[in-house]
Design a protein around this ligand. Sequence first.
Ligand code: ADP
Ligand code: MG
Length: 506
Amino acid sequence: MPSYKPQQLPPTASRPPSSEAIPVGFDPRDRVADSIPAYISYIDDQLRYIYINRPYEVTFNLPHDRIVGRPVAEVVGPEAFRTIGPNLLAALAGETRRLEPRVGPPEDERILSVDHIPDRDASGRVRGVIVYGHDITEIRRAEQALLKSEEHLRLALEATRSVGFWDWDVVNDLVYAGEPFARFYGVAPEVAEKGLKVGEFIRMIHPDDVERVGNEIQRTLAGHAEFSSEYRIMQHDGYFVWVLAVGRCTYDELGKPIRFPGVTVDITDRKRREEALLQSEKLAAVGRLANSIAHEINNPLEAVTNLIYLAREHAAVPVVQQYLEAADAELRRVSAIANQTLRFHKQSSQPQAITARELFSTVLALFEGRLRNSGIVIETSYRAQQAIVCFEGDVRQVLNNLMGNAIDAMDFGGHLIIRSHDAVDWATDRKGIVLTIADDGCGMSMEVVRNLFEPFFTTKGIEGTGLGMWVSKEVVDRHKGTLRVRSSQRPDYCGSVFRLFLPHQE
Ligand code: ADP
Ligand code: MG
């Protein structure tokens, strides 16, 4: 067995002497000050250099022997002294100040932290300033990087706020879920975290979707690992949210499902937009239908107009003359409407030049019937001089909707004000025309104004589609115009003003 021998360390006193002996007058403080990675200088109360350490000498290229005793202002020059001077003076007044200057060439710029520390004598009087600086470039860089990655983390977290994670322990039938998932289903987050039977979630699915989703889940459990389904979840307020749920099931060696985790995201906005698009396509189809009906009406209409003309020529009895005249007037009205309808849906692929007066008058004609007995007074003022180049069918749609809304808002008569004038958009300096449609009807609450351009937002119940303003916004955007609204519900001053700016083309 090898014997154990403790290792022998030489006692300190017996270490061999260094080749150079410590010289007389050696001050270890100088050695310390020169070997730490810091810039140190001492400046007296006359703002003269008294001492600089070695790193200071090297970094700022100021040889110690040449600068000691000289005024700082002279050594660093007037430019640099403008920043340094006030800090030295502040330190002499007893205040500690810190500067973070950037030094060196741009490709190797360093950031320093420089403290100006008052040095007091035994009586407490400040007799000089200790300037202590060190390089904090790496610290600042690390901080920047940290900030950046924190920002990324924050963004990532924000993005996941609308993503609901779930993990279904199929064997014990417990669904563990995070906060957003619980929110979709109206379940308290504490409850969802501890796990709930899957049935608790399934019963919240919209009755029209629940069977389909049930089948899709069954299919996944039976061995088709991938799960992906879009469905609605009922909310307590009677509304529902649309979600997309994607998951993947794992099985044991006998093929029995064990776990079924996944994510659920809110896709309500996308679904609404799809529906809105479908609706507006339907509207377009109705428009085309109206158009062809108008076409069909036009021909017999002309024939009847001619027949009435002939009948009037030959009717001897005055009262028959009167009836025929009335019939003729009504027919002209029908004919005008048919004509307008035709023009209304005239779809052109190229924008056309049209005056504001023309745009307004064709739309107004469509409301003639509604306006006649409504007690609404129409005030028009057409001051726009130039024609505007636009997709006139689309712009008519917008005006039609704005006028329709204005008339809807005036239950017991009122004023419908229609104006046009040349204008410059102050925000972008573009020239164009402004079409104004104003009413002194019921006005809108803040809540309504906020939701005005949302698809399906309507206060008219079954009468409204809630698509008018949404479609209008889209048309206005396409023309690079703006649509601004002001509205008031003050009893003595109620109504709404819609101001549509359309720019002239460059
Ligand atoms: P709809 O007319 O089918 O309701 P819109 O998108 O055209 O849909 O308008 C949305 C809602 O904006 C209306 O239901 C109404 O509440 C409000 N609104 C629009 N214009 C006016 C107006 N001139 N005065 C009062 N409310 C208005
Ligand atoms: Mg409308």
